[in-house]
Ligand binder design. Structure first.
Ligand code: FES
Length: 121
C-alpha cells in the first residue's frame, strides 16, 4: 500500500481541497463539515478532472401536498462537486454521480498520522 502526504491536518479547513498524485492515481481530497473525503480525480464521463470544479449545494425541488412545485432550493445539508469539463455532478459524501447513482468515483482512504494527513492507495 502506497501513501502520499496531503497536508497538515490543522491547515485543512472545511471547504478546502487538495489534489495529490500517487503513481498513476490522481486523487481529490475534500473537507466538508468535518469529514475528509478522497475520490479519484478522473471523471466517469470522459476522464476530466472531476474533483477540480465547483462545489455547490445540491438543488432540490420542494413540493406542496398536492405535488405541485414550490420551486427549486439549495439544500442546507447536501453538497456536490462538479466536473469542470461538462458539469457531471458528484455527491460529496459518497462520490456517486447525481444523475446515475450506479456510477461512483473510486474512493480512497485518508489517514491521520500525528499532525499530518496522508491518502493511501
Ligand atoms: S469529463 Fe467530466 S463531465 Fe465530462
Amino acid at each position: 500500500m502506497a501513501e502520499q502526504f496531503v497536508c497538515k491536518a490543522a491547515e485543512f479547513k472545511d471547504g478546502d481541497r487538495r489534489i495529490v498524485r500517487i503513481g498513476k492515481h490522481e486523487i481529490g481530497i475534500f473537507k466538508h463539515k468535518g469529514d475528509i473525503l478522497a475520490y479519484s480525480n478522473y471523471c466517469l464521463h470522459q476522464g476530466g478532472p472531476a474533483c477540480e470544479g465547483l462545489t455547490i449545494a445540491r438543488v432540490e425541488e420542494h413540493l406542496n401536498a398536492d405535488k405541485t412545485s414550490k420551486g427549486l432550493f439549495f439544500s442546507e445539508k447536501d453538497m456536490n462537486f462538479v466536473c469542470p469539463w461538462h458539469g457531471m455532478e458528484y455527491d460529496m459524501m459518497t462520490g456517486e454521480c447525481i444523475s446515475d447513482r450506479k456510477l461512483k468515483l473510486k474512493q480512497y482512504k485518508v489517514i491521520t498520522k500525528g499532525e499530518d494527513l496522508y491518502v493511501s492507495v
